[in-house]
Ligand binder design. Structure first.
Ligand SMILES: [Zn+2]
Ligand SMILES: [Zn+2]
Length: 338
């Protein structure tokens, strides 16, 4: 499913294309794709909110597949291995960010489904060093939402100062889509109390089922001041709501690659060393840490499935706010049967 020209999701911007099966180059793997998650970033690229870096492009950066060809010089992978692919498609490995453990900030980074063709396809070529082995604990459908929503949600928690030693901390989650559902489960595993702010009553109910201490509206003040908050909703106004809910010294981490704007803020809301940080991309280390933790805590994913050629339907449902959890494109029908 190829994006030739961005346009509103309702106008079906993706078109079916038939291409020759690609051959992996040096250091690359070819995956036979089995499933691919649909992320809000895919929607933003397809609609043009996030400017395309290359057209035509195959979107999709939560790719699950099986290695079916190896390029020259690939080590550590074998035919038939199961692999996952994230948003981070490659880095230079040499810049001052890469050499200090911050490859997510690499100025020469490339991204799956933005610079390189992604997983809305039957085959994908990926750099072997950026593919991730997948534990047997996760069937393909359950693994797909972890590869972006899960990993970026995990990084957002860490950027907000939440980690394994944060038991008893109060964390706000603003918006309750795919990524927030996974972040909530990680936070609960660390003993953190989660306060979920979201517009939809059905999402508040799901948050409480997954162990949230409180669920309310975006502009409601949670019952306790928060030590940290992560905003997932793709609108700037939630940043102001989250900031207002913070205790002294608290951090708001913004989990969004594209926001319309952040509204003007009264300085008193930021005073007392509160801070606002964005969350940019992920590192491979984030992905490895998160996938190991997710397997250990038995994380639950909420998915709705669509066949590959219905990718436009999945995007339109996401645009309309109708997807509860993650939409996943099922490329190999055997996957849907489990
Ligand atoms: Zn994504
Ligand atoms: Zn770099």
């Amino acid at each position: 499913m190829v994006l030739q020209r961005p346009g509103p999701a309702a106008t079906s911007p993706l078109v079916v294309a038939e291409r020759d099966v690609p051959t992996p180059g040096a250091g690359e793997l070819r995956l036979r794709v089995t499933a691919c998650g649909v992320c809000r970033t895919d929607l933003q690229i397809c609609e043009g909110d996030l400017a395309a870096r290359r057209l035509p492009i195959v979107p999709g950066h939560q790719v699950v597949g099986v290695v079916d060809a190896l390029g020259p010089g690939v080590a550590g992978w074998a035919f038939g291995d199961r692999a996952g692919v994230t948003w981070l498609a490659g880095t230079d490995g040499t810049c001052r960010f890469c050499v200090t453990g911050r490859e997510n900030l690499c100025e020469a980074a490339t991204f799956t489904g933005w610079d390189r063709d992604g997983g809305y396809a039957e085959a994908a070529i990926v750099r072997a060093a950026y593919a991730l082995p997948l534990a047997a604990a996760f069937p393909d459908l359950a693994a797909a939402p972890l590869l972006c929503g899960g990993v970026i949600g995990y990084r957002a928690l860490r950027v907000a100062g939440i980690g394994p030693t944060s038991a008893g901390a109060r964390l706000g989650l603003y918006g309750f889509g795919a990524s927030a559902r996974l972040a909530l489960q990680v936070a609960r595993a660390w003993g953190v109390d989660a306060y979920v702010a979201t517009r939809a009553a059905s999402e508040r109910a799901r948050a409480l089922e997954l162990g949230a201490a409180w669920a309310g509206g975006i502009d409601e003040r949670p019952p306790s001041a928060l030590d940290a908050a992560v905003t997932f909703a793709p609108v700037g106004s939630v940043v102001a709501s989250a900031l207002r809910a913070l205790d002294r010294g608290g951090v708001v981490a913004i989990n969004a690659i594209h926001l319309d704007r952040v509204p003007e803020l009264p300085y008193e809301d930021l005073w007392w060393e509160r801070s606002i940080r964005s969350v940019a991309n992920v590192t491979r280390e984030d992905a490895r840490e998160f996938l190991a933790l997710a397997a250990r805590i038995g994380i639950t994913t909420d998915v709705e499935t669509h066949p590959l050629d219905a990718a436009n339907t999945a995007l339109a449902r996401l645009a309309a706010g109708r997807v509860a959890g993650t939409a996943v494109l099922v490329v190999d029908p055997a996957v849907a049967r489990g």
